[in-house]
Design a protein around this ligand. Structure first.
Ligand code: PYC
Length: 335
């Protein structure tokens, strides 16, 4: 059941010109999902019209990118923060629409962010427990609120695009992986010589950043020509009794995902299922570099898999961001 969801669009337009109002006061709720933060903008965001989430993303990118930076970048945020702009949905039976963004740009979909958004809407009393539809730039997804923290996200169709692709990475050598879609584009690497330990994140960041650069230099792209901007390394779990695999995920702005990455886990599951290593309906437990775990199952379609990702989020703050026109750093440090 949908309660009185009020959306970010036009929150202050009755009293003040939108630009002034939206740059003055932005209400946000912060949560973390397995350690990865989500900042949901619940009021004071820009008016992006009534088109699809993909169309609104383009308007935000073209006209309001300074607000993205103001909301997630330092000094109000940090490189690791993912923003989620709550929007009016197009379809009346959707609970909401959302545009996800980070320190350098926008995300088609975000698994941990959808879990964070769901828990935020429940926390605000705007949604009840149960299943709801959510419109994202990558397509419509569903989420089910099991309780105040645990959420299952029915992600967009996920699939492998390229198998066993080898790129020559300067300073590292040949690296082989798969290019797969899970709502974002991933290069998934299981064969590497890295230790997936939290103490090693600086080295892991440099290593995966080098792989990303090599993919770009080699012209490796997603199916529609999109940049492959998430790099995912896999290794053994800390404890095989609780997880099947541990990952390290490099995000587009060089931050690493503290959660197991919902879209990355979806991409992984698509590859595992195509290889027959996980069957439809079997659970895959993906551990993150910080030790948090998502559980994933999927059913197959003609062209990929439909993953269901389960994780938990916790509310960690509610605040009003103030953007003072006199502040030379009002739009944040550039990402
Ligand atoms: O959970 O899908 C995800 C995600 C993408 C980037 C950061 N988290």
């Amino acid at each position: 059941m949908i309660y009185d969801i009020s959306f970010t669009d036009n929150q202050h337009s009755r009293e003040l010109p939108l630009d002034i109002a939206s740059e003055t006061s932005i209400r946000v709720v912060d949560s973390h999902t397995g350690g990865e933060p989500t900042r949901v903008v619940i009021a004071g965001g820009p008016d992006l019209g009534s088109g699809s989430m993909g169309e609104r993303l383009q308007i935000m990118r073209n006209n309001y990118d300074h607000l993205r930076s103001a909301i997630v970048n330092e000094p109000r945020g940090s490189d690791v923060l993912v923003g989620a702009l709550l929007c009016h949905p197009v379809a009346p039976d959707s609970a909401a629409g959302v545009i996800f963004f980070n320190n350098v740009g926008y995300l088609g979909m975000c698994g941990h962010g959808s879990i964070g958004l769901a828990v935020t809407l429940l926390h605000l009393g705007r949604l009840s427990l149960g299943s709801h539809r959510l419109e994202t730039p990558a397509g419509e997804i569903t989420f089910t609120l099991h309780d105040r923290n645990q959420v299952s996200v029915g992600n967009v169709e996920s699939y492998r695009h390229l198998k066993n692709l080898t790129v020559d990475v300067p300073g590292i050598g040949p690296i082989t992986g798969d290019v797969a879609w899970g709502g974002n584009w991933f290069f998934l690497v299981s064969e590497h010589n890295q230790s997936l330990a939290i103490a090693n994140v600086t080295t892991l960041t440099d290593y995966t950043w080098a792989i990303r650069g090599a993919l770009e230099a080699a012209g490796v792209r997603g199916r529609g020509g999109e940049i492959v901007d998430h790099i995912e390394l896999f290794g053994p779990p800390s404890d095989p009794a609780t997880a099947d695999s541990k990952n390290f995920v490099l995000c587009p702005g060089r931050a690493y995902d503290r959660s197991p990455c919902g879209t990355g886990t979806s991409a992984k599951l698509a590859c595992l299922m195509e290889d027959g290593r996980v069957k439809a309906g079997e659970t895959w437990r993906q551990e993150s570099i910080t030790g948090s775990i998502f559980e994933a199952i999927a059913e197959t379609t003609d062209t990929g898999v439909l993953p269901l990702i389960t994780g938990s989020a916790f509310i960690i703050g509610e605040s009003t961001l103030l953007v003072d026109p006199a502040d030379p750093l009002r739009y944040g440090l550039p990402g």
